[in-house]
Design a protein around this ligand. Structure first.
Ligand code: HEM
Ligand code: HEM
Length: 213
């Protein structure tokens, strides 16, 4: 049900996010920026995969309007095979916040040794705003991640739905896909293109003028 790329994106994000926090806490911005770029490439690739990936990874499979979300909350409809309508909203929120976090980081600086690659491309008010966004987005992310883990545990332990098994093995009892998955290597091609575009785009950004002695 969850194709290989979707599972890889998920568990790599789970690995990189705490490391990202930890590197910032330890003022290790060399490591922090690389984790940030990795997260940015993963999230952008996952977003493109939301249009080109396998059936249950596509946004049109799990993003529902308010009436379907309300019907699900009231218990008038089951969750379907992929993300349920409420879960779909949380996926959108998690991916949006991760994107905001990584993009705002590009404009950020520790005001001493390290500046993100777009720092010198921005006005001082934009830099300040992005600094605030970088802090607030992380608070939002932490709140959502807690909610996400609690929701997964509730479905897993209380409702006895094998969500975790499906996110690890790809499918589980009562959670199998309705169509064969799209070949996984397509995601790898998308990932390489996204990484190259990012690398090229950031290389165009203005850098500080060399010091005149
Ligand atoms: C670092 C924190 C985490 C973030 C940012 C995160 C983010 C996400 C995202 C974006 C999805 C949607 C997957 C997709 O369609 O691409 C998802 C699904 C899922 N996550 Fe996480 N996750 C985190 C931690 C965890 C942990 C610790 C667990 C295990 C307890 C977990 C279990 C799951 C499961 C089972 C699903 C599938 C839910 C379903 O069947 O609808 N996640 N997560
Ligand atoms: C999703 C990816 C990222 C996460 C989860 C993340 C997380 C964090 C956290 C928790 C902090 C400390 C809180 C704060 O002072 O704002 C921080 C600070 C910082 N981050 Fe990130 N970050 C990410 C991406 C990036 C990227 C891509 C860059 C630049 C290339 C970057 C540059 C910085 C800088 C320069 C600081 C220090 C800000 C200061 O001293 O005020 N971050 N980040």
């Amino acid at each position: 049900m969850w194709d290989i790329p979707t599972r890889c994106f998920h568990w790599l994000i789970v690995l990189c996010l705490p490391l990202s926090w930890w590197s910032a806490e330890n003022d290790n911005y060399t490591v922090h920026q690389w984790l940030g770029y990795t997260l940015l490439v993963l999230v952008v690739t996952r977003i493109v995969w939301g249009f080109l990936g396998s059936r249950h990874s596509r946004f049109n499979d799990f993003l529902a309007g308010p009436s379907r979300v309300l019907a699900y909350i009231r218990g008038d409809s089951d969750g379907g095979r992929g993300h349920n309508p409420l879960g779909g909203l949380s996926v959108l929120a998690l991916l949006s916040l991760l994107l905001l976090q990584a993009v705002s980081g590009l404009f950020n600086s520790d005001d001493v040794f390290f500046s993100g690659p777009l720092y010198y491309a921005a006005s001082s008010s934009l830099r300040d705003a992005m600094g605030v966004v970088h802090e607030l987005a992380f608070d939002g992310l932490m709140a959502l991640v807690c909610l996400h883990i609690l929701a997964v545990l509730y479905h897993q332990l209380r409702l006895k739905q094998p969500l975790l098994q499906a996110m690890i093995r790809g499918s589980a009892e009562n959670r199998t896909g309705q169509r064969a998955p799209v070949p996984w290597w397509r995601a790898l091609v998308i990932l390489v293109i996204v990484a190259m575009l990012l690398w090229w785009g950031l290389a165009q950004a203005p850098q500080p003028a060399p010091m005149a002695w």
